[in-house]
Design a protein around this ligand. Structure first.
Ligand code: ZN
Length: 179
């Protein structure tokens, strides 16, 4: 089996959004603290449930504070991990042979390794290429035209992207439509 087949189809999933979604804010801490006044009152009136909740509050407040304090660093760590994973993935893509990379492409569907909206293998080796599919025919509206009316591949200066796209264009037999 070809070693390239072990390369994951999808680019790595980003972890930073998860860290942000889990983020605790100072506002949450303040809300919790504000609610404690009513608890303290109820507790003083002999409400045992309120007394127990009040007793648990310092630990909750402290935990929220710790999470607030660490959130920026946690996001930074996630960002670094995401960048490293993406760089690894791009490196793996760049090592693929064009026929391997464009496997599965035809007039209707893109390559097996194209994940619409996430990443297209045809542009995946180019940093900041975004997730839009670059299928030469199906996505023909995406391409600018040059002076001769030929479509221009926007990532042609990325050698891997250029090789993959060229292979795709030749496979689809639309070479004369492209610069
Ligand atoms: Zn695609």
């Amino acid at each position: 089996m070809n070693k390239h087949h072990t390369i994951a189809l999808k680019p790595p999933a980003a972890t930073r959004p998860l860290v942000i979604a889990r983020r605790r804010t100072l506002e949450q801490r303040d809300n919790l603290r504000a609610g404690a006044i009513a608890l303290a009152f109820a507790s003083a009136m002999g409400d045992l449930d309120a007394r127990n909740k009040l007793a648990a509050l310092p630990a909750k407040l402290a935990a929220l504070q710790v999470e607030c304090d660490l959130s920026p660093d946690a996001q930074e760590l996630a960002h670094a991990a995401d960048s490293a994973a993406e760089i690894e993935w791009r490196k793996a893509v760049q090592q693929m042979d064009p026929p391997d990379a464009i496997e599965g492409i035809n007039a209707i569907s893109c390559c097996a390794r194209c994940v619409g909206g996430v990443s297209c293998i045809l542009t995946g080796s180019a940093p900041y290429a975004g997730g839009e599919c670059a299928h030469p025919v199906r996505q023909r509206h995406l391409f600018n035209l040059n002076d001769q009316g030929l479509r221009v591949f926007a990532y042609a200066d990325n050698p891997t992207a250029a090789r993959f796209f060229d292979a795709a264009v030749r496979r689809l037999g639309v070479g004369k439509e492209f610069a």
